[in-house]
Design a binder for this molecule. Structure first.
Ligand SMILES: [Zn+2]
Length: 512
């Protein structure tokens, strides 16, 4: 384990520039959060779009994804060299230049005897790249979203002391916090789940934890402040191919996906109201996302906080209606429309919720311009195109679309369905192209709790053992590789590798 532990010395810049420019630059210091910054209409299509923010987000997306997308062409290059006398040196040189790492020597030495194990090389570079991305994320905060006092204040001014979001675990929603909704990821609790169906008991525990912190520590505010916990569900659909590219967990049926999200939200509210007295309750918000172009549709609560499937407002609609206005006029008009639309129930929704919804719409307008500017108004990869599977709990660093298929779970048995879906997706994406399925198993822990690190490590090993049994044939043939990692949430550099199946396999062969 020791020699796998990363020395945080690589020089890849994930946050800026094309691939060729990355080699010698370190990540820039993150810009301050612009969540509440004044809109900047410079070259922007909509007056409320912050152009510089879009550029910064795009540099990060391009920087990270280009590394993953460069793996196959690079391996082809390396493969073509394998019969050269100085093969090892040249292969290591290429790996250092492109990915800031070296292959374990055993992986290259075996090439003389039985040819290069391309599956192992591929998995190894994916794992190195995933680790490097995570380290950059926790060290440099390239999305400038780790903390945001401005957002905390804004949230409380809207009447909420906490925001918990459950998007679907589909990789096409992995950027929902930092890009689609433009919220500081550190101030929002994200817990993805297949079909956006979250665990009510677990959500209730989190609510208790939040309320207890308010009571004991006045964190984030005192328990007598009249704010509430806001729970949001993000379901999804595909505008261009609704019958095939929607949510797999709901058979690509948009109405079913929305209804399931709503039912779960209502169950959570009932759980809180029935379990705790003194008028305990929570606020709810349901959001739909078109994964083709990142447009959101917000279901607006009425005066009593009730949601309906029909009472919605679309970001595209407000975008088109306000694009010719000044930024101030546009903001006023969006708020007016939110208020008007919220009147369908027993009365219009409260001002704080209206303000929050207005902000989400404005933030999403910037994302619509982002997709238009950098992805031609509609993503090319409207279906699955994830680069690795993430299993376990954590993965705060994954804030990019179609980078990771999440399978959040405690045990393989409990999350078998999610993991099977992931393996099926990757069988089509990778195995069909001769590439293995890279699985990153990860558990975050609280370093202040005695024994937590060891338990997180043991947890990783258990997940791997169960996955190896479940997918024995794939593992045996080298089609499935695992990287095990843990992270201390309380330490800025708390990421640690527990084991890597690629190096384990080759070291084992060496000793036999
Ligand atoms: Zn889904």
């Amino acid at each position: 384990m020791q020699n796998l532990r990363r020395k945080n010395t690589r020089n890849i810049c994930w946050s800026a520039g094309p691939l060729s420019a990355r080699a010698t630059v370190t990540s820039p210091v993150a810009a301050p959060s612009s969540f509440l910054a004044a809109p900047n209409s410079y070259q922007a299509t909509h007056p409320l779009t912050r152009h510089a923010e879009n550029e910064r987000l795009h540099a990060y997306e391009r920087g990270v994804k280009s590394v993953f997308d460069d793996i196959v062409p690079t391996l082809k290059e390396i493969s073509a060299l394998q019969h050269e006398v100085d093969f090892e040196q040249r292969a290591q040189h290429i790996a250092r230049e492109r990915f800031g790492c070296e292959f374990p020597p055993e992986l290259l030495q075996s090439a003389w005897v039985k040819g290069l194990d391309m599956r192992a090389l591929y998995a190894y570079i994916v794992f190195e790249s995933a680790q490097a991305m995570a380290e950059d994320f926790f060290t440099n905060d390239p999305l400038a979203g780790a903390r945001s006092e401005a957002f905390d204040k804004f949230l409380q001014a809207c009447g909420f002391h906490a925001l918990s979001v459950t998007p679907c675990a589909d990789g096409r929603l992995a950027h929902v916090i930092s890009y689609v909704l433009r919220l500081p990821y550190g101030a929002v609790r994200r817990k993805s789940s297949a079909g956006a169906i979250f665990d009510v008991e677990e959500a209730t525990e989190k609510w208790v934890h939040t309320e207890f912190s308010r009571y004991r520590e006045a964190n984030p505010n005192s328990s007598d402040a009249s704010t509430r916990y806001l729970k949001m569900v993000v379901y999804h659909y595909s505008g261009s191919d609704p019958l095939h590219e929607g949510c797999a967990a709901h058979g690509s049926d948009t109405r079913k996906a929305a209804q399931a999200g709503l039912d779960r939200l209502l169950a959570f509210r009932t759980a809180i109201e029935n379990s705790f007295c003194c008028g305990a309750s929570i606020d709810l918000l349901l959001v739909g996302l078109d994964t083709d172009n990142d447009e959101i549709r917000i279901h607006i609560p009425d005066a009593a906080g009730n949601l309906g499937l029909e009472r919605t407002i679309d970001a595209r609609e407000v975008y088109e209606a306000t694009r010719a206005m000044s930024a101030t006029e546009a903001e006023i008009e969006i708020e007016r429309r939110v208020r008007e639309r919220s009147m369908g129930g027993i009365g219009e929704t409260v001002p704080g919720m209206r303000r929050f919804i207005t902000r989400l719409l404005i933030n999403n307008i910037a994302q619509l311009d982002y997709v238009r500017a950098y992805h031609g108004g509609c993503y090319q990869d409207i279906g699955h195109y994830e680069r690795f599977i993430g299993v376990g709990k954590g993965f705060e660093e994954v804030q990019l679309r179609n980078l990771t298929y999440f399978a959040y779970l405690n045990t393989v048995e409990e999350g078998a369905k999610d993991l099977d879906v992931g393996v099926k997706i990757f069988t089509g994406l990778n195995v069909a192209r001769g590439l293995p399925i890279p699985v990153v198993v990860r558990f975050d822990y609280d370093g202040k709790v005695p024994g937590a690190r060891e338990r997180a490590m043991a947890h990783c090993q258990q997940i791997r053992a169960a996955a190896y049994t479940r997918y024995a044939k794939l593992v045996e043939e080298g089609w499935l590789h695992c990287l095990l990692m843990v992270r201390d949430r309380a330490a800025p550099q708390g990421l640690e590798v527990v084991a890597c199946s690629v190096t384990d396999k080759y070291r084992k062969q060496e000793t036999h």
